[in-house]
Structure formats: structure tokens, C-alpha cells
Design a protein around this ligand. Structure first.
Ligand code: HBI
Ligand code: FE
Length: 298
């Protein structure tokens, strides 16, 4: 998933060739159209993450996994997942071709509809792909939609996204989404645990985010996050840590207006910067990204 405006603009332009008929960009999942090797890709990814996440993912994620009709060897049917989600938290999963324009994306979230890419990555993209595919969306995001706090937060984020777009501060709102829904960590019984989908759906980042000494880990602070750029092409340089998931409910009820104004008056921070006022949980060595810069691939 790219910088929101760049990615959605880029995909928006490219979308011309896959813009679906529906104005909300939804398409049929067309489950019968999946080929055997696409189900096999799902199985490889599902089995790998199922081994990695116990002890690394938060309780809400693991219990969400248990409660969803997810099979290890088949791409799930969206309507089966939606049935469980609707009963529990009023959410549903809708199929889209891939990244959709920001206004479409946030309008879906605001209506408790999670837009999930219908396509699955190719076998040679197992470890990373820029665009959210069905594994990232269903395995990474959907288990957390069964948690009432997260369900409320993501809907509020959708509403906030539409407002942020009007205010011209979508880049700031996107950072909150990115550092929570996509790459958030939570402290549970004193341990660091994953709740972000971008981490939970990635084998290498599931380990890096929780165990590696390279990234900074800082206590989540809204004003700090609104100013902090994020990486779209590599592991995050900094992870923000919530003290339990409850703070997301407070965030969902917070008027971001004054925070946008404060953040707009301050310089933007690079992903790996530390501020004197940061509540640093682990100060990272930055080794991973330094090595990438040396090899010129960052
Ligand atoms: N579209 N399908 C889809 N999935 C996303 O996660 C997504 C998107 N469009 C825009 C977008 N994300 C970003 O702008 C937000 O993450 C901020
Ligand atoms: Fe995502």
C-alpha cells in the first residue's frame, strides 16, 4: 500500500483499466474463478503465519482467527466471513480489484464495509507486494474486525478520513491509520504484541517488529504520529505501541481538528527520528535500514 495520495492517485490513474462498473468499486468475489495454484498460495501464506503468530500477535487477533470460518487450504468466501462479522460487530467484507481511491476507501470503512482485494499475490511475491491482496486483507485485517474496540476505531477512521480529505490533511490521518491498523503494536501483560495487519500478514515483519533490535518502539502519541512519515517500501523504522487496545476507543471519540492544526504548524518527522519528548520503549540500532541504505536499495 503506497503513500495514500501517491498510491491512490497512481492506482487511480491505472484504475482506468480496472475501474469496475459500481461507483463504490465493489466487484463480485467470483470465488469459483480462483485457480488451484491461487488456493495453494493462500495455504502457504496461511500455514506460515499460523506458525509465527502465536506468542507474537495480540489476544484479540488470535481469538479473531479462531472465530472466523478461515480454512488453511482455501481462499475464504467473503460472504461467509461477512455473516460472522455482521453478527458480531456489524462489519462486512466487500471485494474490490485492489487499491481504490481514498474517498471510496474511507466511505466503505465509515459504513463498516472492509474493501478487500479479490486477487492473491503470485508465488514469486510471497514475501512482499505493494498492493493489499486477499491474504493481507482477510488474514491481516479481518480477525481484528471481530474486536468491538477495533471495529469502532476503523469505522471512526473511515469517517475521519473523509473529513481529513475535506480539510486537506489526509496525509496526517493516513499516518494514524498506518501506525495502528497497519503497523500497530500493543503492550499486553508487559509483552509487545502485534495488532497491525501489515505486520500480521508478513512473515519477516512479524519477527522484525517484535524481536529485532533495529527499530525504535515508542509509546503511541497522536500528535507525534500525525507528524511522522512512514515507510512504504520496507519494514517500519519506528513502531508505535498502545497500552492495550482501549486507547483506540478514546481515539475514535477524539476530535482530530486541534491535533491537525498543531501538527501542521510543526515540521514533519522522518520515520527513524527520535524526539526528546518521546516515551521510548526500545531505542533501535537502525541497523536494518542502515544496511539497506549502504546497499543502495533503501
Ligand atoms: N484501497 N483497497 C484498498 N485498501 C487499502 O488499504 C487502501 C485503499 N485505498 C487507499 C488507502 N488504503 C490509503 O489511502 C489509506 O491507507 C490511507
Ligand atoms: Fe491493509
Amino acid at each position: 500500500m503506497g503513500e495514500p495520495t501517491a498510491a491512490s492517485r497512481k492506482h487511480g490513474l491505472a484504475a482506468a483499466d480496472y475501474r469496475p462498473a459500481a461507483p463504490d468499486w465493489t466487484i463480485d468475489q467470483g470465488w469459483d474463478g480462483y485457480a488451484a495454484e491461487e488456493h495453494a498460495t493462500w495455504r502457504t501464506l496461511f500455514e506460515r503465519q499460523s506458525r509465527l503468530l502465536p506468542g507474537r500477535a495480540c489476544r484479540a487477533f488470535l481469538s479473531g482467527m479462531e472465530e472466523l470460518p478461515l480454512r488453511h487450504d482455501r481462499i475464504p468466501r467473503f460472504d461467509e466471513l461477512s455473516e460472522v462479522l455482521m453478527r458480531r460487530t456489524g462489519w462486512q467484507v466487500v471485494a474490490v480489484p485492489g487499491l481504490v481511491p481514498d474517498d471510496v476507501f474511507f466511505a466503505h470503512l465509515a459504513a463498516r464495509r472492509f474493501p478487500a482485494g479479490r486477487f492473491i499475490r503470485r508465488p514469486d511475491q510471497l514475501d512482499y507486494l505493494e498492493e493489499p491482496d486477499v491474504f493481507h486483507d482477510l488474514f491481516g485485517h479481518v480477525p481484528m474486525l471481530l474486536d468491538p474496540v477495533m471495529a469502532a476505531f476503523i469505522q471512526a477512521d473511515g469517517q475521519g478520513g473523509l473529513r481529513a480529505r475535506e480539510l486537506g490533511v489526509l496525509d496526517q490521518l493516513a499516518r494514524v491509520y498506518w501506525y495502528t491498523v497497519e503497523f500497530g503494536l500493543v503492550r499486553e501483560d508487559g509483552d509487545l504484541r502485534i495488532f497491525g495487519a501489515g505486520i500480521a500478514s508478513s512473515a519477516s515483519e512479524s519477527v522484525f517488529a517484535v524481536e529485532d533490535d533495529s527499530p525504535h518502539r515508542i509509546a503511541f502519541d497522536l500528535d507525534r504520529v500525525l507528524r511522522t512519515r512512514y515507510r512504504i517500501d520496507d519494514f517500519q523504522e519506528t513502531y508505535f505501541v498502545l497500552d492495550g487496545l482501549e486507547p483506540l476507543l478514546h481515539l475514535a471519540q477524539t476530535d482530530f481538528g486541534p491535533h491537525y492544526r498543531r501538527a501542521s504548524a510543526l515540521p514533519v518527522l522522518e520515520p527513524g527520528e527520535l524526539l526528546v519528548g518521546d516515551a521510548v520503549i526500545t531505542r533501535g540500532s537502525g541497523r536494518h535500514h542502515a544496511a539497506r541504505r549502504r546497499h543502495g536499495s533503501a
